[in-house]
Ligand binder design. Structure first.
Ligand SMILES: Nc1ncnc2c1ncn2[C@@H]1O[C@H](COP(=O)(O)OP(=O)(O)OP(=O)(O)O)[C@@H](O)[C@H]1O
Length: 512
């Protein structure tokens, strides 16, 4: 390792230790050497002037070798970034002919970016080949060794810390975050990091439970406990044993089971339907929701669920992670045996600037769609891949530059979260929303502008959609044979919601 480089990074990092101030940070969103995506360079809180060229600053990751950006298309003449006392950042372009893009616009002359614009994350395109996210950060980088929950942002590092803390307790955990932010992944990570990791993790989507059968589903029932109970049922709490029970979409818990759930959280006991005695539960509950449970929800239950609360940040609040996630989805695609396909830097640029109302899940679907198209020809334009907006939102708070067109972030979000009337939605619209959103019910509901329970009703009523449990085993086996462990492809092939399919495939031993 280059000793100067090592010394420079080490002294830079040590100068930041203990600092509560914000550091101007550059994260590699895209680079011709894909291994460099996610590397970061930090300017210490006191530095007012940063020179950005082929050699400086040094980019690295904890434990790695810090290097300049290197690519020959990046000029030797530096782009100067001047930070003023109000935390505005002025970009001064060099004499060279290197193209410089700032949030999708080619920069001629200079530009001044407000503190808030940098807060949102500014995408810099250098020489048409390297993309950087310029953003603030308030903590030193740490190694994120997780192979599943990716990210270099402060938000993701804090999330890992919360997961570690939660895993060490027996408290109920409440995961709060928008759809597609990774709540189920976090639940899995808490379980995997806990002393219960060898016990079962049972995942239940509360929105799929019916009012009448929810109690038996969750707490079990003795034979004959209710009309149609031909045999005894164990229930999810018994299935989870001393492991973890993940209750997704807890905001949609049927009213019939809320008192029973409260009781098991308070006393650790419950009574299966028709049983003569209580049963003790050793399961740790991890609940998740993307709803505001403040009003109208059973507040006593909410207080019990809030033993340890973890907020998951939306993807637009950690723009610096988008490149790393795109690279991950491309690698997943190639590892599944698909033909390699290249996505143009201009498309990656647009993907990094979008606000992603459907978060990581929506990003994954869009990347997949782009890859499918790029195998046989050019990758589609961003506007084709994400038709709900005309172009990626642009910052409206950039000082010193002409305002650019596009949809403001809030408008973009509002546009896809508008509530639709169920009667407006025909079978084709329901099918299209599921197909466009990887057969993920929450994301499809968001795209259609309906609630999740309504989405489940639309799915139930759809003549061409089958629940995973109704699909013959032979059909499941041949889908898995064709798609491997790519559950979304399997779901697309079988026309069934992907999350329930994943659980069912695990249940019948077709998926690890
Ligand atoms: N940090 C991350 N790194 C890698 N993949 C991620 C990350 N966050 C989410 N994902 C992926 O995004 C998809 C959605 O994640 P997940 O199902 O955990 O979200 P969720 O918040 O539970 O969504 P919902 O509220 O709609 O149920 C999954 O395919 C997951 O693997």
């Amino acid at each position: 390792m280059d000793q100067d480089a090592e010394h420079t990074l080490t002294s830079l990092l040590s100068s930041l230790t203990g600092s509560a101030q914000r550091m101007l940070t550059f994260t590699v969103l895209w680079h011709p050497e894909l291994a460099r995506v996610g590397e970061q360079a930090f300017a210490s809180p006191g530095s007012r002037q940063i020179a950005l060229n082929r050699f400086a600053p040094l980019f690295g990751r904890p434990g790695g070798t810090p290097l300049g950006l290197g690519d020959r298309r990046i000029a030797r003449d530096p782009v100067m970034l001047l930070r003023d006392a109000a935390d505005q950042v002025t970009i001064v372009t060099p004499q060279s002919r290197m193209s410089i893009g700032v949030d999708g616009e080619t920069l001629a002359g200079g530009a001044t970016l407000s503190m808030a614009a940098v807060e949102r994350g500014v995408v810099l395109a250098l020489g048409g080949c390297v993309l950087l996210c310029m953003h603030w950060s308030d903590q030193l980088p740490r190694l994120n060794s997780s192979k599943t929950l990716l990210g270099v942002s402060g938000a993701v590092l804090r999330l890992h810390e919360s997961i570690r803390q939660a895993a060490g307790t027996l408290l109920p955990v409440l995961l709060l975050g928008e759809t597609g932010t990774g709540k189920e992944l976090v639940a899995q990570a808490i379980h995997a990091g806990s002393p219960r990791r060898d016990r079962p993790l049972v995942a239940v989507n509360m929105a799929t439970l019916s009012e009448t059968l929810a109690a038996a589903d969750m707490f079990g029932a003795v034979k004959g406990a209710y009309t149609g109970a031909d045999s005894a049922r164990r229930g999810w709490f018994a299935e989870a044993g001393d492991g973890s029970l993940f209750l997704d979409e807890i905001g949609d818990t049927p009213g019939t089971v809320q008192p029973m759930l409260l009781r098991v959280l308070e006393t650790g006991t419950y009574r299966p339907l028709g049983a003569a005695a209580d049963v003790r539960s050793g399961a740790r509950v991890i609940a998740a929701t993307d709803q505001d449970l403040g009003h109208g929800y059973n507040q006593a239950l909410l207080r019990r669920l809030e033993g340890f609360v973890i907020h998951l940040p939306p993807l637009r609040a950690r723009r610096e992670d988008i490149g790393l996630l795109i690279r991950h989805f491309i690698m997943q695609w190639e590892n599944a045996g698909n033909a390699p396909a290249e996505l143009p830097t201009t498309l990656i640029d647009a993907l990094c600037r979008y606000d992603w109302p459907g978060n990581v899940r929506q990003l994954a679907m869009v990347v997949r769609r782009a890859l499918i198209a790029a195998v046989d020809g050019p990758a589609p334009a961003f506007e084709v891949l994400v038709p709900e907006v005309e172009q990626p939102p642009q910052p409206s708070n950039v000082a010193g530059r002409l305002p650019v067109g596009g949809v403001a972030p809030d408008d973009a979000v509002r546009k896809v979260t508008r509530r639709a009337k169920l009667s407006e939605l025909d079978h084709d619209a329901v099918l299209a929303a599921l197909e466009d959103n990887g057969w993920q019910v929450g994301a499809a509901a968001l795209a259609l502008g309906v609630s999740r329970p309504s989405m489940y009703k639309l799915i139930d009523d759809h003549p061409d959609i089958r629940p995973a449990v109704a699909i013959p085993l032979a059909e499941l086996q041949s889908a898995v044979g064709a798609c491997g462990d790519d559950v979304v492809l399997c779901a697309q092939m079988l026309k069934t919601p992907s999350e329930a399919l994943r659980r069912h495939l695990r249940g019948v031993g077709l998926l690890a």
